[in-house]
Design a protein around this ligand. Structure first.
Ligand code: G4P
Ligand code: NA
Ligand code: NA
Length: 191
């Protein structure tokens, strides 16, 4: 598939490895945004999940927003993003999910206003990276609390040497990664 090939090339050409387990893709996904490539990503998600009747896309701030917003132009549904900070502007009536951060060694809450997630809605979760699966697990908690239905989770890059995908599948989540990174050992990106 041509869209996946384009994405593979972008990762191999522009990705930088930090240590043995972090892949930086700041030039197109996490800092600077390559909107044409985001469009390719959105189309690839639609090719996989487009036959499902979804009502909404859910992602988490910050990096998920651009991906989800562009993908939503194919699905023609609204995007809701879970918030990581409690701001005064956030509707107090929220659903909360917890996310354990391995880097910070602590759990934080992500929140979605109840008015933006209704019982019986079919929800597709999209995110940039799948590593330990904590962010997506937190979003699943929110969907479950709302009484909505999580139809799947799409990620741009799964680091398959980390346990997230397996953990989510054990929770019954249909996980689909556009690209799987098998290892990042010795500064080498192995897809
Ligand atoms: P996970 O359990 O949600 O899979 O992620 P984990 O806690 O392992 O990682 C914490 C944050 O780091 C997440 O972003 C995740 O997307 C990101 N991340 C994990 N591995 C990589 C990687 O190899 N490269 C890059 N660039 N990011 C990685 P986040 O804290 O939710 O934040 P945000 O960036 O969306 O604001
Ligand atoms: Na993320
Ligand atoms: Na991120």
């Amino acid at each position: 598939n041509n869209d996946i090939e384009i994405l593979r090339h972008a990762i191999l050409d522009q990705g930088r490895v930090i240590g043995n387990d972090i892949l930086k893709v700041d030039s197109f996904l996490n800092h600077q945004l390559d909107v044409s490539l985001l469009n390719t990503i959105g189309r690839a998600f639609y090719a996989h999940f487009g036959q499902l009747k979804i009502d909404k896309i859910l992602t988490a701030e910050v990096s998920g927003i651009a991906i989800a917003a562009i993908a939503a132009q194919y699905f023609k549904v609204p995007v809701v993003f879970a918030k990581k900070t409690l701001s005064k502007n956030l509707d107090p009536d929220t659903w909360e999910g917890s996310v354990y951060s391995y880097t910070k060694g602590q759990t934080y809450q992500i929140r979605v206003a109840r008015r933006y997630l209704q019982a019986d809605e079919k929800v597709l979760v999209l995110d940039d990276f799948l590593a330990n699966g904590e962010a997506i697990k937190g979003m699943k908690e929110i969907i479950d609390l709302a009484g909505a239905q999580m139809v799947g989770a799409g990620v741009v890059i799964e680091k398959s040497f980390q346990p997230g995908a397996e953990k989510l599948r054990e929770l019954g989540v249909d996980v689909h990664a556009l690209i799987r990174v098998v290892s990042l050992d010795n500064g080498q990106i192995n897809l």
